[in-house]
Design a protein around this ligand. Structure first.
Ligand SMILES: [Fe+2]
Length: 163
């Protein structure tokens, strides 16, 4: 399975780059699944409904979020239906989910979005969340798990890598 991951798409210049280049890159490299981060896609803060639909139409299969997921309120109800994640370590009462399972050519792929702690709003422990979620996905028989760890510092990212 060939997965492409695109980091934060920032504002109009980022959206234009995606629209102009992603369909071609996807074809040229035989990419099976594209994940991209949406949380700064509209004016650098969150994403509008219009921009979400435009970006999903370019060939992005799943969009991951972060602390700016909530900046454009119109997107919040759609977190339940569109293939868009918010960090999984927000309380479970918060709309949306940080983990979705996709079928990619007959193979299951879990995409997990977790947020770090340094410089971020308070959320549940990122490391416990990752450990427990990965364990339950493995119990379900899912072997391919992609984690977008939305964190500010390399120390947290390295610690997550060691889990
Ligand atoms: Fe962020």
């Amino acid at each position: 399975m060939k997965i492409a991951f695109i980091g934060d798409i920032i504002g109009r210049p980022g959206r234009v780059m995606i629209k102009e280049h992603l369909p071609k890159l996807r074809r040229e490299h035989g990419i099976d699944f594209v994940i991209a981060n949406y949380e700064n896609a509209s004016h650098g803060f969150g994403i509008t409904l219009k921009n979400a639909h435009e970006l999903l139409a370019t060939g992005i299969d799943c969009m991951s979020g972060g602390n700016h997921t909530w900046d454009k309120k119109e997107i919040i109800p759609l977190l339940e239906t569109l293939p868009m994640l918010r960090p999984h370590n927000y309380p479970s009462e918060v709309p949306g989910s940080g983990c979705r399972i996709f079928d990619v050519g007959g193979e299951k792929l879990a995409v997990l979005n977790i947020m770090g702690h340094y410089g971020m709003p308070y959320v549940d422990n990122a490391f416990r969340c990752a450990r427990d979620t990965v364990a339950s996905l493995r119990e379900e028989g899912i072997e391919t798990i992609f984690l977008d760890f939305h964190a500010e510092v390399t120390s947290e990212k390295r610690a997550m890598m060691m889990l």
